[in-house]
Each structure stands twice: as C-alpha cells, then as structure tokens.
Design a protein around this ligand. Sequence first.
Ligand code: NAD
Ligand code: UD1
Length: 339
Amino acid sequence: MQNILVTGGAGYIGSHTVVELHNAGYNPIIVDNLSNSRKSVLTGLKNITSKDFTFYKVDCNDKETFRQVFKDHQISGVIHFAAYKAVGESVAKPLEYYENNVGSLMTLIRLMKEEGVEKLIFSSSCTVYGQPDQLPVTEQSPKKTAESPYGNTKQVCEEIIEDTSVSDKSFRAIALRYFNPVGAHPSSEIGELPLGVPNNLVPFITQTATGWREQLTVFGDNYDTKDGSCVRDYIHVVDLAKAHVKSLEYLTQHSDLSFDIFNIGTGHGNTVLEIVNTFEEVSGTKLNYKIGDRRSGDIEKIYADVTKSTKVLGWKTEKSLRDSLQDSWNWQLTLKKEV
Ligand code: NAD
Ligand code: UD1
C-alpha cells in the first residue's frame, strides 16, 4: 500500500481527502500542527473508516522534526494542505502568512528532494484569478494582482513549485485551484470546524440557523448579477477531496508530466441569495438575514470552467448544491449537540 503524506490532514479539506485516499487503497500519513484543527478529527476519521491513521503533531516549518516522518515511512507522494487561510487576518499579519504558507512549502520541497520523494499535489485557490475579465475562468485566464497577502502566498507558492519542477525533473507537481468548498462528510463525522466567528458564507449561515450567530449579513445586493448578490462556485468538499486522488493517479501514470494546474469547481455559479434560499429549503428553517454593505475586496462573480479537469483527470462532481447544504447543516447539528 502506498503511503501518502497529507500535511494539514486534520483540517477541513485534508480530513475529507484522508477518507478518499483510504477508500482508494492508499495509506494516508497525517502531519498537522493543530493550529486550526483538533485531534478529535482522528476519532471522526476512525468512525468513518475503522482505521487508526498515523498522525504526527508536527509543524511543517520544523524541518528536522518533519524529516523524521520521511525517515519513518517510505512516502510515495505528498498532498500539501497545511497553510493559514483567513484573508482578513493575512492583511493584519502578513509575515505570519508568508512564513507559514510559503515557508512550509519551501521546507517541504527541500525535504522531498533530499528524501527522494517525487510527487506533490498543492492546494491553490481561485483567488489567483482576482475579478476575471471573462467567465467562466479557465486555467489560462490571467492571474491578477493578489488582493491580500493570503492570495499572494498562493500565487508565490504556485511559482515556486513550477520553477522547482523546471529545474529538477525528479520533482513533479499538480496545483489544484479550488473554488468555494462547502459541505461535510455525509456521515457528519467530520466537517469544517471554524474556530471563532466564521468569515465564510456557509458556516456563517449554519451557525446563524442554530442561533450561535444572531443574523447573517448578505454583503451587497447591488452587484451586476441576477439578484444583485455575488456569484461563486460552491463545490462539495467530498467531490473536491476526490479530485486529489484523481490528481495523484494522473501524476503517477504520467511520469513525463512536470507541472500542471487544474480548476476544481462545479462549473456553475450561484448567488449568495440562492445559497440562502436553498439552505432554507433543505434545512426547513427560516434564516435571519439582512442585506448589508458590500465587503471590501469581494469579487463580483467567479465560477470555474472545469473542462480541463473533467477531460484530463477524468474527474467530475457528483454532488449537488442541495447535498452540500444538507451535509453542512447535518454537520452543524452535530456540533450543536456537542456544545
Ligand atoms: P484548514 O485550516 O481547515 O486546514 C489546514 C490545516 O493545516 C489545519 O489543520 C492546520 O492546523 C494545519 N496547519 C497550518 N499550518 C501548519 C503548519 N505549519 N504545519 C502543520 N500543519 C499546519 O483549511 P482548509 O480549508 O482545509 O484548507 C486547506 C488548504 O486549502 C489550505 O492551503 C487553504 O489555503 C486551501 N484552500 C482552502 C479554501 C477554503 O475555502 N477552505 C479555498 C481555497 C484553497
Ligand atoms: C474567500 C476569500 C478567498 C478564499 C476563500 C476561501 C475574500 C475576499 N476571499 O472567498 O480568497 O480563497 O474565501 O475560503 O475574503 N458572504 C456574505 N455574508 C457573509 C459571508 C460571506 O454575504 O457573512 C458572501 C461574500 O460576499 C461572497 C460569498 O458570500 O460573495 C462567499 O464568501 P466567502 O465564503 O467568504 O468566500 P469568498 O469571498 O469567495
């Protein structure tokens, strides 16, 4: 069984990917410093898979401790999720973001080269496109100047990976540009654990519906969209997780591939108000929300062209927006019970 190192594997997307790697016959090895996750995620993973995954509480910036993971296991590939991801916080703490996101990638790549590990899948973001001139966005759409230090770390990391793959034929990588991940595992054993007040729409909606937050503010209804609220491409986290398995297989089967980039979204855009309405339908609750001012830095509309990932990776989404919101809601109800 191939060992796949999953950095940030206790986090939201990482934990769902651990399940899909396991389902596909891989042995995921989790490295996480638990800066934005909890060790209890391992219990959820065990309840889903009946497996105790190997877990290291290690910071990816701590090179010599991290190296021991490579010494303990023969690693066939790495999926690198570990990063900080709060856009607003990155504006206040740019050095922490560059250090953690860019620094951890550099440490990881150095270790991979020193320890002879060839394949990397990297978590990038549609944030690299900024406000696109044309929709949907393809992988060829131009990158825009990053709106935040967080967004810039994703651009810089993609460039570091590409430059390294050009310089060293034995280092090969795929960057996945995620659109907006939502939902949770259908078992409700794992899901998103936003620590503190969530910035993202769906956790804010589910927390408002349970009464943890008083009211959702819809950030603007005067955009040039069908109902005036912003458009995003919301993808179920399990579909997103499966894209990592497909990418790993593709990298393994194409030993001549040095670097490639794929959009991972549904190919459809939904407005904030559509999300609110669909949530009300699937949850059977009435959401307390108001229309507020635009959020500074927000993109009006963006959604993915997924032709390349569909054709090349042989991957496509299987879950609907209703599935996503139903699973987010079920997960939220589980959290409510624990509080
Ligand atoms: P998350 O915060 O839930 O998971 C990240 C995990 O990495 C956490 O468990 C955290 O404890 C860990 N971590 C952070 N820094 C670390 C370090 N130095 N060493 C070891 N572990 C560390 O976030 P997520 O939503 O699962 O995102 C995963 C990746 O996907 C990130 O790189 C993020 O930037 C990227 N991404 C996320 C989204 C999104 O909307 N969630 C969108 C686009 C891209
Ligand atoms: C945000 C980040 C993006 C990052 C992504 C990953 C910004 C500008 N962008 O994307 O870089 O990759 O998260 O998580 O922060 N909304 C409301 N009310 C709320 C929360 C959100 O109306 O309380 C709206 C937003 O205006 C937006 C949509 O919901 O139109 C989605 O917002 P969010 O979940 O924060 O994601 P993005 O803005 O797409």
